[in-house]
Ligand binder design. Structure first.
Ligand code: DGY
Length: 324
């Protein structure tokens, strides 16, 4: 059945997506856009399940089992504007016959670029350096001043060698880094191009002068970086997270920075978002950004279009390319 020929499906866009995305959505669907651009509440999501055929949410809207249990029958598809879907209880949505899609691939380079920025910035005291110049406190120079950790030629550990992990590896090769990775299973050589596979996280940590997380947040990866695991890293290592805050025991991260086990960290993700962890603010050696890994204009358009491609396929009676 071709839904679109009968009437335009009704779609709720929960956040202010890119102009190009909203224009295309308005052309092909009857859309309601949340121009207030704040996270949709549980009540709004439940109400939307009765009023819309599809929703384009971001990771800021939570489709928990409790919320989904209160859904009406109208909603057919949740076409996420994100690659991560830890905000969705997939079994609960699927058990209601609701199709769920995400936006892989299109944000890999933008996220990998941000991981590179965090790695370099953390290693070279970007936060402290900026603060000193900005505050007018820069009154001397010495060979011992702001000595950082060199990235070129260093060993880089990557946890999760999916699309973003591989995009980050490609950029790290430009810095002649020695690449190591942990993944659920080893990948073909043409994908990893000489990166050394480790069959345990522990083995990877032992060789990671720099470590970057690129795996999804699942019950299995919750708290992946614990005090025990930080302790396995070489002294003075640098830790980077552009994946999800849930992967990190933040108290353990603080302990590792306090002890010097880690010399610095670069974080784009936090257990509590928005807001982050106020306890991190006392560290000049944490370079923090507010979950903007995929935030480039080009990528925002591509994410929006990918979500719309998935909706288009679904309402044309086809399987969406990114159905989970
Ligand atoms: C994603 O796509 O998962 C990013 O974290 C932004 O939502």
């Amino acid at each position: 059945m071709c839904f679109q020929k009968m009437s335009k499906p009704r779609i709720w866009v929960t956040r202010r997506l890119s102009d190009a995305t909203l224009e295309r959505a308005a052309r092909d669907y009857e859309v309601v856009i949340n121009y207030e651009d704040r996270p949709g509440t549980a009540e709004e999501i439940i109400a939307a399940s009765a009023a819309f055929d599809g929703i384009i949410p971001c990771h800021s809207e939570h489709f928990s089992a409790e919320v989904v249990a209160q859904f009406s029958d109208r909603l057919k598809i949740v076409a996420n504007h994100s690659v991560g879907v830890d905000h969705c209880d997939l079994p609960a949505l699927k058990s209601r016959g609701i199709v769920v899609t995400n936006t892989p691939d299109v944000l890999s380079d933008a996220t990998a670029e941000l991981a590179m920025l965090l790695m370099l910035g953390a290693a070279r005291h970007a936060v402290a350096g900026d603060r000193i110049v900005r505050s007018g406190a820069w009154d001397s120079w010495s060979p011992a001043f702001m000595v950082g950790k060199q990235v070129t030629g260093a060993r880089l550990g990557i946890i999760g060698m999916g699309r973003v992990g591989r995009a980050f590896a490609a950029k790290a090769r430009g810095f002649d880094m020695e690449l190591h990775y942990f993944n659920r299973s080893p990948l073909a050589e043409e994908l990893t191009q000489g990166a050394v596979y480790h069959d345990t996280v522990e083995s990877l940590l032992g060789v990671s002068d720099f470590l970057s997380l690129h795996c999804p947040a699942t019950p299995e990866t919750n708290g992946l970086m614990s005090a025990e695991r930080f302790a396995l890293m070489p002294a003075g290592a640098v830790f980077v997270n552009t994946a999800r805050g849930a992967l990190v025991d933040e108290a353990a991260l603080i302990g590792a920075l306090d002890s010097g086990q880690l010399s610095a960290a670069g974080l784009d993700c936090f257990q509590v978002e928005p807001g982050g962890n106020p306890a991190f603010s006392r560290f000049d050696n944490i370079f923090m950004l507010p979950h903007i890994g995929s935030a480039t204009g080009q990528t925002r358009d591509a994410m929006g279009f990918r979500a719309l491609d998935n909706l288009d396929a679904f309402f044309a009676g086809k399987a969406p390319g990114d159905q989970l």
